[in-house]
Design a protein around this ligand. Structure first.
Ligand SMILES: N=c1c2ncn([C@@H]3O[C@H](COP(=O)(O)OP(=O)(O)OP(=O)(O)O)[C@@H](O)[C@H]3O)c2ncn1[C@@H]1O[C@H](COP(=O)(O)O)[C@@H](O)[C@H]1O
Length: 110
């Protein structure tokens, strides 16, 4: 089965932004604007939650939808994948500090 990397998906979404194509759903989202993209991210987030409650096939399908719409959002806001990777990278090694803290736990776990 073909696979699509997050990097390739980002590059495709950026290419659509820079070179709009007739009939492109990605360009339809850019044309509708930020509020439409945010609405889709919200919808797809909810669908991930519902999918996770049902079965893994639905979870995978809805997660792919959410990834796609998140990438469109990042492109729309001029945020790069490297920005996200840098942020994630800055957190490496912080886990042990988090576990030493108690305040992130919910009351029921304290
Ligand atoms: N990965 C995706 C991808 N995932 C989901 N979707 C679209 O996201 C939409 C989500 O479905 P919904 O039912 O929630 O939305 P809808 O009712 O179709 O539309 P709305 O009016 O609600 O926005 C569907 O139309 C899907 O086709 C995607 N559209 C495009 N891509 C990638 O982007 C590339 C370029 O696509 P185009 O921009 O369409 O050429 C494609 O080759 C794919 O690789």
């Amino acid at each position: 089965m073909a696979q699509q990397s997050i990097e390739a998906l980002y590059a495709a979404a950026l290419a659509r932004k820079n070179n709009p194509q007739e009939g492109s759903y990605t360009d339809y989202l850019y044309q509708k604007g930020l509020d439409k993209i945010l609405k889709k991210v919200g919808e797809e987030s909810t669908e991930v939650i519902l999918g996770a409650k049902n079965n893994n096939d639905e979870l995978i399908y809805e997660t792919a939808d959410l990834f796609f719409h998140l990438i469109v959002l990042l492109v729309e806001k001029n945020v790069t994948l490297d920005d996200i990777k840098d942020e994630l990278g800055s957190r490496i090694g912080q886990q042990s500090q988090l576990h030493e803290r108690q305040d992130w736990r919910g009351d029921e776990q304290k």
